[in-house]
Design a protein around this ligand. Structure first.
Ligand SMILES: *[C@@H]1O[C@H](CO)[C@@H](O)[C@H](O)[C@H]1NC(C)=O
Ligand SMILES: *[C@@H]1O[C@H](CO)[C@@H](O)[C@H](O)[C@H]1NC(C)=O
Ligand SMILES: *[C@@H]1O[C@H](CO)[C@@H](O)[C@H](O)[C@H]1NC(C)=O
Ligand SMILES: *[C@@H]1O[C@H](CO)[C@@H](O)[C@H](O)[C@H]1NC(C)=O
Ligand SMILES: *[C@@H]1O[C@H](CO)[C@@H](O)[C@H](O)[C@H]1NC(C)=O
Ligand SMILES: *[C@@H]1O[C@H](CO)[C@@H](O)[C@H](O)[C@H]1NC(C)=O
Ligand SMILES: *[C@@H]1O[C@H](CO)[C@@H](O)[C@H](O)[C@H]1NC(C)=O
Ligand SMILES: *[C@@H]1O[C@H](CO)[C@@H](O)[C@H](O)[C@H]1NC(C)=O
Length: 900
């Protein structure tokens, strides 16, 4: 065998290794060890310690008998003079589990620093081992992320030299529950204490304990489920406390009653996400050492009344989502006004602030980050407002009520990376000067009233990755002059403007992931250049006057959204689409595409949304369309499609109830196959699409084959698609009976089978469709008694024409009596008494508890029942404008949600 020599060498090596461990040459070894500065007893202790460790990752390979100088082992530091191990640091690089920690470690009697991050060193009872309290010389102990339960032993209080103690857990839920922390007061030298993520919910008087640790400088208690922080302390021994992090504890009492407001030594105070509410105490204004103050995401405080003028060292002030009202003019007046202004980060997002921006802002000339977004700030952006903004790299004024023009002057903000002034009422043109902010990476000007042409100087922003000009009244052309210099552009959204002329032939950036130019007046063809954009995920050109055939791209593409509806595109069904194997959303509706549907459409197995309505397509529906197991929306309405409806519809599993509600978690139909792409880009794109259309837009489970030339029966298999909300087969030449099991399509809300040649009786199971709110069976050849049921009666009373044009139908609710005893038979049918429940509550039930559910809940909020029905009706009618409708609807519902 060829491998024998290699095997033999391996055997020899293994034998050698065994030899050296079984017969250690004791004398030579210890002599060498002393020369190398490692105490043999300590080395043995370390080896014994290793025995107790499950070193699955082979992190401790250097810890070997044969490797005599233990001072050189990974994670070990020795005292140069004495050779004693003083530091054992298994922190940064280990991830192992241990059944038990060996007390042999105690032989390391000079140990000063022990760092066991991410290690699971617990005793048999899964507690922190008690012997840790015996390392009397320890000054530094970090046990971060240990997966032990229960108490930390009070023995740790014996470590009288301890200066630095970290006992935090890796994440919420894995925290140990500490019931008693009073032993901490026996550590006179302790200056750094981090207990973040430990469960301290039963330590009632924690403020008293920590206030008695005299040397304490750093106290981290984030996410500890602490009980109240309301305490007035007679005496504070923590006069050195500099860093206090109480974030993510849910105190739920007035912020002014907290115990720490007298500690004027504090430099860092984090109270974010604490549910502390009410006015801030005046003492805050005396905390003159503060450098970092995070008061964001707290329970609402009425407004900021405290004068912060003396906080000359303040570098960061975060107040997002914490004030219930305020006046930005007044607020800015309260900020420090010191000879050297250190304030660098100021964030005041979502505080219902009114008032105007004032020129004195220029005093904050050290600002690097300013976020005033999501307020009700009015007035203009004053010309000299930013003053010396040379350090500013982030500025957001978005979602306010700002009016007037975008002032000149931003060009002096040479470091600006992000400028977000979207969602205001800004008017006028985009100033040329913005082109001088050459550092810009993100420029968001969307949803304003900007007019005029896009200045060509924008094309000089070579670092720009995001450009959002959408929802304005900009006009003119977008030319190569604008684009060729934008070498790093990833997202470009100019939709909802009045741009015209041809699309640019070239784009400067090969990184484009999103190109949205919909809702404008662009005309002419799409250039073949588009084929070169290999990272493109979203191409959205709907609602323009584009024409011609789509370029044939031969290379594979990462495209996920291809939305081209409402243009004048023509030609056969575009063959490039076959290369878009990741395509999930394809909308070619309302164009002039002709020819047959290609049979390869069934290869695009990631398709969720297939919208081809209002074209000139003919021929059969390819049977392999049923391979699209992710498909949730199929619309072929108003074409000239003939032949029969494919029968293997049960393969469309995404349209079944079992899968429809959990598609967020349905791995095979989500983004798992986008791994090769930059993940951040994908997330941003998704987010933007959701913002634009709402999460539910593409998500209404629907089949619409109306206004075609389909013949044959409605396949019985159709009834297995019990997640469908809408089924429209109207205006075809279908014949045969309505499937008897139609009642199995439990989710259906809108059913239109009108204007076909369907005959025989209406299946009684129809009355089982408890969510049905729109039905049309008119103009068929249906006969016999009409099934009754609450839902059907209601629908009929709202729209008595639903059975019209079927001369053979009889019985209530029609006035025509049934002849013969045909009727009596049907009287026995169980008229289901099912209470009509809107889908909303169903989804709430199904959805609670998992993220995917949330998506669905949101989706149902979006399309609440009334709207949804109108949506289908509209969808069914000719020349509707589904996009606009949905976007508008979404906006309206959203407004309702937020204002009510
Ligand atoms: C060591 O860890 C691995 C993986 O966690 C586990 O499968 C194995 O049972 C452990 N061995 C011992 C002796 O604990
Ligand atoms: C110990 O020796 C090493 C190398 O000889 C040196 O880098 C290190 O600074 C010394 N440490 C102390 C504490 O003297
Ligand atoms: C602490 O270190 C000293 C020497 O610095 C040593 O004499 C003593 O034994 C050590 N104490 C313990 C408990 O190991
Ligand atoms: C506070 O510290 C002083 C000395 O620094 C000490 O005498 C006093 O006992 C301490 N008080 C408490 C409550 O720990
Ligand atoms: C803290 O300040 C309040 C009033 O500002 C005062 O009543 C209290 O005695 C102070 N507490 C300490 C420990 O200094
Ligand atoms: C703090 O609260 C905000 C708003 O409630 C939330 O979005 C954020 O994730 C929270 N942050 C942390 C670190 O918990
Ligand atoms: C800006 O802040 C730094 C420290 O954060 C400070 O040293 C400097 O003096 C400040 N500059 C101005 C112009 O105030
Ligand atoms: C905001 O405060 C300024 C200065 O106190 C005042 O002139 C202005 O009227 C206030 N604005 C509003 C909307 O209350």
């Amino acid at each position: 065998m060829d491998h024998s020599p290699a095997k033999f060498v391996l055997l020899l090596m293994a034998a050698a290794a065994t030899w050296s461990s079984v017969f250690p040459v004791a004398d030579a070894q210890s002599a060498h060890a002393i020369a190398a500065g490692c105490i043999p007893r300590e080395r043995d202790a370390l080896l014994a310690f290793k025995q107790g460790i499950n070193d699955t990752e082979d992190d401790l390979v250097s810890w070997q008998e044969g490797n005599q100088d233990c001072c050189r082992w990974k994670g070990i530091t020795c005292d140069n003079a004495t050779g004693h191990v003083v530091e054992l640091d298994l922190g940064i690089w280990t991830s192992f589990l241990a059944d038990q920690i060996s007390p042999s470690l105690l032989s390391l009697e000079r140990l000063e620093s022990l760092n066991l991050q991410y290690a699971g060193l617990c005793d048999d009872a899964h507690r922190l081992p008690e012997f840790l309290g015996s390392f009397k010389n320890l000054t530094h102990l970090a046990l971060f992320g240990m997966l032990c339960h229960g108490e930390a032993p009070p023995h740790l209080g014996n470590l009288s030299k301890l200066e630095h103690l970290v006992l935090s857990a890796p994440a919420l839920g894995q925290g140990r529950n500490l019931k008693d922390i009073s032993w901490l007061t026996r550590l006179p030298l302790l200056s750094y204490l981090d207990l973040s993520y430990l469960d301290l919910s039963s330590v009632v008087d924690w403020p008293l304990v920590v206030s008695m640790i005299p040397s304490l400088e750093y106290l981290g208690l984030s996410n500890c489920s602490l009980p109240s922080a309301a305490r007035s302390l007679p005496h504070l021994n923590t006069t050195n406390l500099k860093h206090l992090d109480l974030s993510r504890n849910y105190f739920g009492h007035p912020v002014a009653s907290c115990w720490f407001w007298n500690i004027t030594s504090l430099e860092y105070l984090d109270l974010s996400n604490t549910t502390l509410y009410g006015p801030f105490p005046g003492a805050l204004g005396h905390m003159t050492s503060l450098q970092w103050l995070d008061l964001s995401n707290m329970g609402n405080s009425p407004t900021m009344t405290v004068e912060l003028g003396n906080l000359c060292d303040l570098g960061t002030l975060r107040l997002d989502r914490s004030l219930s009202s305020g006046n930005i003019t007044d607020f800015l007046e309260k900020l420090p006004k010191c000879s050297s202004n250190r304030l660098q980060e100021l964030t005041l997002k979502s505080n219902n602030m009114v008032g105007k921006l004032i020129n004195s802002m220029g005093q904050l000339n050290n600002l690097t980050m300013l976020d005033l977004s999501h307020n009700n700030i009015t007035g203009t952006i004053p010309l000299a407002w930013l003053g010396n903004c040379t350090r500013l790299w982030y500025l957001s004024l978005s979602n306010n009520l700002l009016t007037g023009h975008i002032p000149h002057g931003f060009e002096s903000c040479a470091a600006l990376l992000t400028l977000d002034i979207s969602e205001n009422h800004l008017s006028g043109a985009i100033p040329q000067g913005l082109g001088n902010c050459t550092s810009l990476g993100q420029l968001y000007l969307s949803s304003n009233h900007l007019t005029g042409h896009v200045p060509s100087k924008i094309g000089m922003l070579g670092h720009l990755s995001d450009l959002d000009l959408s929802n304005n009244n900009l006009d003119g052309m977008i030319t190569e002059e604008h684009l060729l210099g934008l070498k790093n552009l990833e997202h470009m959204d100019s939709s909802h403007n009045s741009f015209s002329g041809p699309l640019p032939l070239h784009f400067g950036s090969r990184w484009l992931a999103e190109l949205s130019l919909s809702y404008s007046y662009f005309s002419g063809p799409i250039s073949k250049y588009i084929c070169q954009l290999e990272f493109l995920l979203v191409l959205e050109l709907s609602y323009n006057f584009l024409e011609g055939e789509l370029p044939h791209c031969s290379r594979k593409s990462s495209l996920v959204y291809l939305l081209l509806s409402n243009n004048n595109f023509s030609g056969k069904f575009p063959s490039s689409v076959r290369n878009y194997s990741r395509l999930a959303f394809l909308d070619l509706s309302r164009n002039n595409f002709y020819g047959t549907l290609p049979s390869w459409i069934g290869e695009l197995v990631n398709l969720k949304y297939l919208q081809l309505s209002h074209n000139l397509l003919h021929g059969d529906i390819p049977p392999n369309v049923t391979n699209l197991y992710c498909l949730r929306h199929l619309n072929l309405a108003r074409n000239s499609i003939s032949g029969v409806i494919p029968s293997s519809l049960s393969k469309l599993t995404a349209m079944t109830q079992a899968n429809s509600t959990k598609h967020g978690s349905d791995k095979s139909c989500t983004s798992n196959n986008y791994g090769a792409m930059k993940k951040e880009i994908w997330l941003v794109v998704m987010k933007r699409q959701e913002l634009k259309y709402g999460t539910g837009f593409f998500d209404v489970l629907s089949i619409d084959l109306s206004l075609n030339k389909l013949v044959g029966r409605i396949p019985d298999e159709l009834t297995s698609l019990n997640g469908l909300l809408n089924l429209n087969l109207s205006w075809n030449h279908l014949s045969g009976q309505i499937p008897a099991e139609i009642g199995a399509m439990k989710s259906i809300e809108s059913l239109d089978l009108s204007r076909n040649n369907l005959y025989d009786e209406i299946p009684t199971s129809l009355s089982n469709l408890t969510y049905l709110s729109s039905l049309d069976l008119s103009y068929n050849n249906l006969t016999g008694r009409i099934p009754l049921g609450n839902q059907l009666d209601t629908i009929y009373s709202e729209n008595p024409s639903i059975y019209a044009g079927n001369i053979g139908l009889c019985g209530p609710p029609l006035e025509r009596n049934c002849s013969g005893n045909n009727g009596l038979e049907h009287m026995n049918q169980q008229t289901s008494e099912k209470v009509y429940e809107p889908l909303l509550s169903l989804y709430f039930g199904l959805g609670s508890g998992f993220v995917a559910g949330l998506w669905v809940v949101f989706c149902s909020l979006l399309f609440n029942k009334t709207w949804r029905v109108s949506y289908f009706r509209l969808f069914d009618k000719l020349y509707d404008n589904a996009y606009v409708f949905v976007v508008v609807t979404w906006g309206m519902i959203n407004d309702k949600e937020t204002t009510s």
